[in-house]
Each structure stands twice: as C-alpha cells, then as structure tokens.
Design a protein around this ligand. Structure first.
Ligand code: ZN
Length: 130
C-alpha cells in the first residue's frame, strides 16, 4: 500500500518510484502489478510526467467536467465534478513485470490523480506472478 498526501484540490503525483520499490521487494520475474486507488474521487493513469502536460490534463478535465455545472450529487457533498472526472480517468492500471522489473515504456510514469484534495489517500499495489 502506498500513502499519497496531496496538497491541492486537483493534483497529479508521480508514484512510479514507490510502485517500483514494492515490486522489487517481491521475488517475481514475470508477472503483472495492479495499482488501484481506493477512493471515488481519485484516479490512476499512465502517462508522461512533464509539467506542461500535467497542466494540460488538469485543464482538459476542467473543460470536460466543469465545477458546479448543475450536477445532482452536488446537493449531497458538492464534489460531483471530482467523481465524474475520476470515472473518465479510471481507478486502476496494470503494468507488466519483465525480468523482475516494471516494464514501462521510456516516457511512461504511473501517476496518481487527486480530484478532491488536499487529502491523504491510499493506493493498493498487488504483485502477481504469471
Ligand atoms: Zn461526493
């Protein structure tokens, strides 16, 4: 399990090194790792960790799912946009393990997406030989 402390309402946090640490503690030569966020207002994505691109991702989410656009769920806790953005991005990713290591592409990073922060969040990492 990885604990992620976020400091903004919407924030993208690179968790690749923490996932790698967990994977390398397991004695798995070939398999998969599942990275899964346990929250309804967060997501996990794989993409490039480049500051401009991270801003672009946040901006496109704001355009696609604006805050307080008349959502039903806002009547309950005023964070419908966070849930809807989380649905668009997805709450888990799978990465192959090859020769005991995360088999990511050159520019690929595993990134946690906070959509209703700042909060402390939990991300489950499972390592499965296969
Ligand atoms: Zn809610």
């Amino acid at each position: 399990m990885i604990e992620v402390r976020t400091s903004k309402r919407v924030e993208i946090v690179d968790i690749t090194d923490k996932v790698r640490e967990i994977v390398e503690k397991h004695d798995v030569t070939d398999g998969i790792t599942v990275i899964y966020t346990k929250h309804t207002t967060t997501a996990v994505i794989i993409n490039e960790n480049e500051s401009g691109l991270k801003e672009d991702i946040i901006n496109i989410l704001e355009k696609l799912v604006p805050v307080n656009a008349g959502y039903m769920h806002d009547r309950i806790d005023n964070n419908a946009d966070s849930h809807l953005r989380a649905i668009l991005l997805g709450n888990s990713v799978v990465v192959p393990i090859t020769n005991g290591r995360l088999d990511l592409g050159t520019w690929q990073r595993i990134m946690f997406v906070e959509l209703d922060g700042p909060r402390t969040r939990k991300v489950v990492v499972k390592v499965i030989p296969c």
